[in-house]
Design a protein around this ligand. Structure first.
Ligand code: HEC
Length: 130
């Protein structure tokens, strides 16, 4: 192999290495998804007890706080508008606690999640509409 051929081979090798490195470093960013700025997926406007709040409590709390099951919930019933309206702040506080807290609700369960908590907070701030 003469020297010129050797130099050409080295140049070809270095060039293909550089292309390879460039391809890899751009690949690295291809799968990163843009951060979502959409906060509208949790609807909190015009909350009503019947349409928005009661279904949350029915799914998450009726096991202990319906009229039939209230024995398991310390006699506290959360299946009617007046009861829930008067306990609104207490409900909001308890579902917002860390689940390691003795007062956390749902008792012994896992968090109802930020969207449902936000809906309860919005409902109270909007005047606890029926
Ligand atoms: C496994 C049963 C159980 C479940 C499920 C449960 N609770 Fe309770 N809850 C209790 C018991 C027992 C008490 C009474 C003891 C206490 O105050 O911690 C109570 C008390 C409460 C109180 C206190 C009322 C007051 O007088 O201030 C609120 C508010 C409450 N629960 C809300 C909820 C909400 C909201 C959910 C659903 C997200 C829920 N609970 C789910 C058992 C439960």
């Amino acid at each position: 192999m003469d020297n010129l051929l050797r130099v050409r081979l080295v140049i070809a090798l270095v060039a293909s290495l550089m292309i390879g490195v460039a391809a890899c470093s751009s690949d690295k960013y291809q799968n990163i998804k843009p951060v979502s700025t959409d906060t509208s997926s949790c609807k909190t406007a015009n909350m009503s007890f019947v349409t928005d709040i009661r279904p949350i409590l029915e799914a998450e709390c009726d096991g202990c706080h319906s009229t039939a099951n209230s024995g398991a919930g310390g006699g506290i019933v959360l299946d009617n508008y007046n009861a829930v309206k008067s306990l609104g702040t207490s409900i909001q506080n308890r579902v917002s606690l860390p689940n390691s807290d003795a007062s956390f609700m749902p008792k012994g369960g896992s968090s109802i999640g930020t969207c449902k908590i936000d809906k309860i907070r919005a409902w109270i701030n909007q005047g606890s509409n029926p």
